[in-house]
Design a protein around this ligand. Structure first.
Ligand code: NAP
Length: 273
């Protein structure tokens, strides 16, 4: 049986085994998918041991996405663009690195949430690894503008400059936003489910009429960002569970050559929705 796993530290909380096992059942694929915890200083050794034992593919989560990218001998264009890897596939004698986070988010936004990105104004909060991973696929959807706001402003400026040739992206301070409104506001910071929203940093009223607030973080209760957005007239909110499932589906396509249905898995993981 072909073996797959999610590698991370910590990894026990990951929903990836549930997602991929459901995909495998639904598509009739003969494969296993397990948790692969690695020590902080042991990513490379753990990944190589998994391959030596017959492992065919890995999803990579915090904090190993950069190490996975660096380790791979071959990389997809979208991994190169993100300079990070969330999916590894074993090819003959080496790891092939891909990044399905950005395309997974785009599929959740456009296919599941029916969001039109072309011609829209999009605000991205944060300029870390996740923001880098989503910028290329986002700009490919031809938005009218993408604005980056980040706590460490030079980091946002650097990120915007490195994607300038892909489309209209600019870094701004929240003061510079000066009454601008956005159709889609994406939280790509790591403030998480228990952190405090940086009120002084984020614009007071960022949402255009019908605006969507999207949090990359997911939880069974509204996240701090989504509560903040609801108080500021966001008409629609969504957390990152859909992105998690869609990026997993993209990994599954890479590994197995079959596209699984994602909506039954969303319903399984969030039956109350
Ligand atoms: P990262 O590289 O560590 O970047 C963190 C970002 O958050 C930086 O822009 C950082 O700003 C900002 N930040 C951290 N604490 C902050 C605070 N207190 N106030 C304001 N800004 C703050 O992390 P990442 O890899 O980009 O991940 C970001 C989030 O996306 C994580 O929660 C991750 O779980 C989530 N994610 C979800 C999915 C999914 O499938 N749903 C996929 C990928 C990632 P500075 O530059 O100033 O430090």
């Amino acid at each position: 049986m072909d073996r797959y796993a999610v590698i991370g530290h910590p990894v026990a909380h990951s929903k990836s085994p549930l997602i991929h096992q459901a995909f495998a059942r639904a598509t009739g694929q003969h494969m296993s998918y397990e948790l692969l915890p690695a020590p902080l200083d042991g990513f490379l050794a753990t990944a190589q041991r998994f391959a030596a034992e017959g492992g065919r593919g890995l999803n990579v989560t915090v904090p190993f996405k950069l190490e996975a990218y660096a380790m791979a001998k071959e990389r997809s264009a979208r991994a190169e663009e993100a300079q990070a890897c969330n999916t590894l596939a074993w090819r003959d004698d080496h790891w092939y690195a891909d990044n399905t986070d950005g395309v997974g988010l785009m599929r959740d936004l456009t296919h599941n949430l029916h969001e039109t990105l072309a011609g829209r104004d999009v605000l991205v909060l944060g300029a870390g690894g996740a923001a880098r991973g989503i910028l290329g696929p986002l700009l490919a959807k031809m938005p009218r503008s993408v604005v980056l706001v980040n706590r460490t402003e030079p980091r946002a400026a650097e990120l915007a400059a490195s994607f300038a040739e892909h489309g209209p992206v600019a870094a701004m301070s929240s003061a510079q936003l000066n009454g601008r409104r956005f159709h889609v506001v994406i939280n790509a910071t790591s403030i998480g489910i228990n952190g405090d929203v940086p009120e002084n940093l984020w614009p007071e009223h960022p949402f255009a009429v019908g605006g969507l607030a999207y949090d990359l973080v997911y939880a069974d209760v509204p996240t701090p960002f989504l509560r903040w957005a609801s108080q500021r007239s966001a008409e629609r909110t969504a957390d990152g569970l859909g992105m998690l499932i869609e990026q997993a589906a993209e990994s599954f396509v890479l590994w197995r050559g079959v596209r699984p249905e994602t909506s039954p898995v969303f319903a399984m993981l969030r039956p109350q929705a």
